[in-house]
Each structure stands twice: as structure tokens, then as C-alpha cells.
Design a protein around this ligand. Structure first.
Ligand code: GBH
Length: 478
């Protein structure tokens, strides 16, 4: 451990997202997002809840900033509710000054407390009106133009103050979960028991394509009109988890591991860093995977100032020998939580998909760094839920040893990647500052280093893990 260290100016802090924390969904002129509407549909959210109140951060943002300061954070990653700023979302629609002012106030409060704001323009909450008008992400010309105008409004309002910009959070989720499995808004799928609309064989690939183009177009605007004046940086945040072979002796499973990484990460990162979708995807998806026009390619290729990395866990991967189905989105593999010898990849948590495996974090950073020419990596999310946490008393929840241990393992793995593997990692945002609305899992699953008392005015109580995160970075950054 003694030889591990991180740069003194390493940026660490916490992340959140607008719909998960803000509440006040009908206040001060905010328009609906696709999540407001999705939550109203019976059966979509585990506990039937929504983001109507959430952590009440729209009203309690000063408490959030005071909390960040107390925890010693250097940076705070939050996202903008597009429909709060432009209630109907479109490029000819009115800007809602009250909604915009909220983000100006938040940024000012952060800066006056010495905390660097990191802004995610889009974390899944598309204005509902744009979905109704033209199908949202599915309409390239409309979506790209509307997104770029929204981005411009935000760059104009905050460009002189915010130095870190993220165009999209985890486009894989908007594409696959929103338009293939249908478990996230807008809930489209070929599965007619789940949705009356959607085509899982084509729509996710179209949506991903359009998001990449919208990302490229917003980056172009930022680089031409804002970066020269303000000197900030901009990139996209991609999710992805490390893969291990189900059978370590199987060449097929080893290849399947690479394919799974390509279908989840390289789907977006290859066009950005290499100008093209990965060969494995082109060959499996054929003409269902859109292709870039020369202009689009030029927009997307080279469009990251940094690589935004979200990761939580790892999976065992087993090759499938049957042909890929039309709705397959993972490279025709089985994604498993234990291997051939029945060993689990990690301890269970409250999230069915999340079993922590800290060595995978280091390996994945190295994989990204190697494939993309050692880009600066900003870890924009990493964290865990805890099995049964929500059933405990507040006193018990505050002693979150499991989460503290998760952060020890992962921050140590990060320091190894930097100190021993030559990975250029500049930032780490733990997920999350607060317990919050965990999408389709509602409020039963907590990810915060801070307990939020949903029955007690959303009062915030820092957990043990918050202290551990600060200790880790205070001792590593020198
Ligand atoms: C992050 O996604 C999100 O950015 C954040 O908003 C969220 O609160 C946090 O995770 C914790 O969940 O079992 O097929 O439905 C993490 C990446 C990818 C993890 C999709 C869950 C579900 C796969 N997510 N995955 S599935």
C-alpha cells in the first residue's frame, strides 16, 4: 500500500442526478420528463414511487452543498433536468428562467464553498413533450437540434463557472433499458406484455447512434464557442463492468468476455476514439446497426476531452453456441454472477445485478486506457447498495461497513491502476452523495454515503462510509 498514491490535485467527490434527488417536479414551471410519466404507469417502479419529492434537493440544495463541504469533497457531479430549464424541451420552446436559476444558484453555492461543479447535461430525463412530438431519441434531426440548443442554453448560463461538462450519462441505459428491455423510461420493447410499442431489434441501435451524434454536435458547439473563452473540458460518461470467463479454460468464454465489453463500452467509445463501431457489433447486427455519414463520423470521432467512466461490479460471461436472437444486445453471451465452479463474483447486495469485485475496476481501467490511447479517465460513478439496508434502523444504517469496505477496495484498485499500470485517472465521484430515487427500484435500494430520512423531511445524516472515502483520498493524494 505504501507505494500507492494519487496526484495532489486529484478531483474526488460525489455524484447525483436530477430526477433522483430534486423533487419539486411541478414547481416553478418545470415540465414533465419521460420519467414523470413512466413512474405513473402501474408496475414500472418496485414500490410504486416516483421522483415527486425524492431528496427535496430543489429546495434543500444549500444543505447538499454544506454536506459536501463537511465531507471534504473537492467536486460535485450533478445533472440538469432539461424540462426544468426548457419545459417543452424544443429549440423553439421557451426557456424557464426560474428553472435555469436553480442551477445558477447551485453552481454559485458550490463555488463559494470551494467545490468544483461537474455538470451532466443529460441523465435520462428527456422532456416528455419531445417524446410525444417526435419519438424523442428516435428522430435524429429533431433530437440532435433540440439537444444542442438545450446544451447551448446551459453553456451560456454556466460556461464561465463550470469547467467539467458531461454530455450524456450512460447512453447504453437510454438505448437498451429504454428501448429494448423496456425497464426504464420510455419503456419501449418488442415484449408486448411490457409495451404496446417498440422494436428491440432496431430501436436501441438507432437511439445509440443518435445520442452519439447529439454528443458530437454539442461538443463541437462547446469547442467552437465556449471552450476558447472558458477553457473547460467536455466528454461523455459510459457505463460498463469488467468481465470474467465463466470457464477460465474456455477460449470461447474468453472471447465472449471481450465481445461483451465491446457491446457495452466500445459501442460508444470506439466511434468516439476510433471513428467506427466495433467489428463484433457490425458482424452480429448487420444493417440493424446504423452507419455514420462522413459528416457524422467527423462530428463523433475525437469528440471526448476525457473518458467518463461509471462502473460498479463485474460479471462472469459464458459464450452461447446458438445463433444470436434479434433482441440480443450483449454479443450473444450469458451474463452470470457465478462461475463454472459455482463461485460468486462477489458478495450479494440489494441490487440483483451488483456483486462487487474490486480487482475488476483496475482491470477495466487498464482495458479502457489501452484500447483508447491512454485518455484522461474521470470516474464519474462507483458505489454500492447493501442487502437489506432499508430494513434497518437509522443507527444501524449509519454504520455501513459493507459500503466502506467497497470504497476501500475500489479506491485502492484505482490507486493501483494509476501507480502501477500507468492509467491517467484524474477524478473519482462516488455514487452517491445521498440515498435517492433508484429508478425502477424506487426508494427500497439505497446508494448514498448519506442517509436520507424520507419520513422526516428528507433530513440528511452522513454514514460511516462518507468518512472512509475522505480518509482514503486524504491519505492517497499527496
Ligand atoms: C448507474 O447506472 C446510474 O447512472 C445511476 O443513476 C444509478 O442510480 C446507479 O447506477 C445505481 O444503479 O439488470 O438488465 O436491468 C449503473 C449501470 C446499468 C446498472 C444497467 C444496472 C441494470 C441491468 N446500470 N444495470 S438489468
Amino acid at each position: 500500500m505504501a507505494n500507492l498514491s494519487l496526484p495532489k490535485d486529484f478531483l474526488w467527490g460525489y455524484a447525483t442526478a436530477s430526477y433522483q434527488i430534486e423533487g419539486s417536479t411541478n414547481i416553478d414551471g418545470r415540465g414533465d420528463s419521460i420519467w414523470d410519466v413512466f413512474c405513473q404507469q402501474p408496475g414500472k417502479i418496485a414500490d410504486g414511487s416516483s421522483g415527486v419529492v425524492a431528496c427535496d434537493s430543489y429546495r434543500q440544495y444549500k444543505q447538499d452543498v454544506a454536506l459536501l463541504k463537511l465531507l471534504g469533497a473537492k467536486a460535485y457531479r450533478f445533472s440538469i433536468s432539461w424540462s426544468r430549464v426548457i419545459p417543452h424541451g424544443g429549440r423553439s420552446d421557451e426557456v424557464n428562467q426560474l428553472g435555469l436559476q436553480y442551477y445558477v444558484n447551485l453552481v454559485d453555492e458550490l463555488l463559494s464553498n470551494g467545490i468544483a461543479p461537474m455538470v451532466t447535461l443529460f441523465h435520462w430525463d428527456l422532456p416528455q413533450k419531445l417524446y410525444e412530438r417526435y419519438g424523442g431519441f428516435l428522430n435524429k434531426d429533431e433530437f440532435v437540434a433540440d439537444y444542442v440548443r438545450f446544451a447551448k442554453v446551459m453553456f451560456e448560463a454556466l460556461g464561465s463557472k463550470v469547467k467539467y461538462w458531461i454530455t450524456f450519462n450512460e447512453p447504453w441505459c437510454s438505448s437498451i433499458l429504454g428501448h429494448s428491455s423496456g425497464v426504464f423510461a420510455p419503456g419501449r420493447s418488442s415484449d408486448r406484455e411490457r409495451s404496446s410499442e417498440g422494436d428491440s431489434s432496431t430501436e436501441p441501435w438507432i437511439v445509440g447512434h443518435h445520442i452519439l451524434i447529439a454528443h458530437g454536435a454539442a461538443v463541437k458547439l462547446y469547442r467552437e464557442e465556449f471552450k476558447p473563452r472558458h477553457g473547460g473540458i467536455i466528454g461523455i460518461t459510459l457505463n460498463g463492468d469488467w468481465t470474467l470467463p465463466f470457464d477460465a479454460d474456455s477460449k470461447d468464454d474468453l472471447e465472449a468476455c471481450q465481445r461483451k465489453l465491446e457491446f457495452s463500452i466500445a459501442w460508444y467509445a470506439d466511434p468516439i476514439y476510433h471513428g467506427e463501431y466495433p467489428a463484433s457489433m457490425r458482424s452480429q447486427l448487420g444493417s440493424r446497426l446504423p452507419s455514420f455519414s462522413p459528416e457524422e463520423k467527423a462530428l463523433v470521432h475525437g469528440s471526448n476531452d476525457f473518458y467518463g467512466m461509471n462502473t460498479y461490479c463485474a460479471n462472469y460471461i459464458r459464450h452461447r453456441s446458438t445463433p444470436a436472437t434479434a433482441d440480443d444486445y450483449s454479443g450473444n453471451v450469458d451474463i452470470l454472477l457465478s462461475n463454472k465452479a459455482h463461485q460468486p463474483v462477489g458478495p450479494i447486495t440489494q441490487s440483483p445485478w451488483l456483486q462487487p469485485y474490486p480487482p475488476g475496476f483496475r482491470k477495466l481501467m487498464k482495458w479502457i486506457s489501452g484500447r483508447y490511447g491512454r485518455p484522461p479517465i474521470y470516474v464519474t460513478e462507483n458505489g454500492t447498495s447493501i442487502k437489506g439496508e432499508n430494513d434497518l434502523s437509522r443507527e444501524e444504517i449509519l454504520k455501513d461497513d459493507f459500503r466502506a469496505e467497497y470504497f476501500r477496495g475500489h479506491v485502492n484498485a484505482l490507486a493501483e491502476a494509476v501507480s502501477l499500470d500507468g492509467v491517467d485517472c484524474k477524478a473519482y465521484m462516488a455514487w452517491s452523495l445521498l440515498d435517492n430515487f433508484e429508478w425502477a427500484e424506487g426508494y427500497e435500494t439505497r446508494f448514498g454515503v448519506t442517509y436520507v430520512d424520507y419520513q422526516g423531511g428528507q433530513k440528511r445524516y452522513p454514514k460511516e462510509s462518507a468518512k472512509v472515502v475522505a480518509q482514503l483520498f486524504n491519505s492517497l493524494c499527496q
